[in-house]
Design a protein around this ligand. Structure first.
Ligand code: NAD
Length: 244
């Protein structure tokens, strides 16, 4: 399929996991893609890559402007960079809250702010935010992470309303537990990684973890011209965790 031919995309956190699968899929379907990441060293051609820290407004702005200049514009922004946190409200201190909200929420704000002037000039402008079922599922031991993704969900709806008249669609995906290096790190830190993996798999009605490629396919749909009438939605990619 070459439905992204001629379109230019930015994917934050595109050097690993869901972001990497998304960047590769958009590229395979014809888009020119630049990955923005803290550590873009592993990104290979035909993907373009720039170092950017979504917690630093100057870093983000500089990278977005340079990427748009290099590609000759910008049609698609995938706000995917994110970090996790475990615990109840009693477990995380203010510094941990500020750190996670800075990456997961303000990271989306900063990158969108820098990209919107370019997106307004596109005939197929789309923003897709990587949210999480944690935004609405009430998961235990995820107070901070859930609050951060709840904010991303609200932001998605507000941005959709604000920018539809600019011709910019804004949607998000809500993945369940996805088999990425992030989840690999969580499992490695567990006392019994195999038992922990089995517990995560059992939580999903499909009996397995979601793949990064399945989330990438949902992001690509929302970013594609085929979704031209869809804005302000959250697409679950969660193995049935919330719906069943
Ligand atoms: P990952 O750790 O494999 O990849 C995250 C990428 O983001 C990394 O390349 C990292 O370098 C980059 N990144 C982190 N902080 C950054 C910063 N400040 N600036 C720029 N880049 C930064 O993680 P993943 O599992 O692919 O997660 C990607 C997104 O998906 C996150 O937003 C996460 O919240 C969301 N998500 C993941 C899961 C899951 O189970 N893996 C579930 C739901 C939602």
């Amino acid at each position: 399929m070459t439905d992204f031919e001629g379109l230019k995309a930015l994917v934050t956190g595109g050097a690993s996991g869901i972001g990497r699968a998304t960047a590769e899929l958009l590229s395979a379907r014809g888009a020119q893609v630049t990955v923005l990441d803290l550590d873009p060293g592993a990104v290979t051609k035909p993907l373009l890559a720039r170092r950017a820290d979504v917690t630093d407004d100057t870093s983000v702005r500089t990278a977005v402007v340079a990427a748009a200049d290099e590609m000759g514009g910008l049609d698609i922004l995938v706000n995917n960079a994110g970090i996790g946190a475990q615990g109840t409200v009693e477990d995380n201190d203010d510094a941990q809250w500020q750190r996670v909200l800075d990456v997961n929420v303000l990271g989306v704000v900063r990158t969108s702010r820098a990209a919107l002037p370019y997106l307004r000039g596109s005939r197929h402008a789309a923003v897709v935010n990587t949210c999480s079922i944690a935004a609405t599922a009430g998961l235990p031991q995820r107070a901070l992470y859930s609050a951060s993704k709840g904010a991303v969900l609200s932001l998605t709806l507000a941005m959709a309303a604000d920018h539809i008249h600019d011709g910019v669609r804004v949607n998000c995906v809500n993945p369940g537990t996805v088999d990425t290096p992030w989840v690999g790190r969580l499992l490695d830190a567990a006392a019994d990684p195999a038992a922990e993996r089995a517990a995560l798999e059992a939580r999903q009605p499909t009996g397995r973890l979601v793949t990064a490629e399945e989330v990438a396919a949902a992001i690509a749909y929302l970013a594609s011209p085929a979704a031209g009438a869809t804005t302000g939605t959250a697409l679950a990619v969660d193995g049935g965790m919330q719906g069943l």
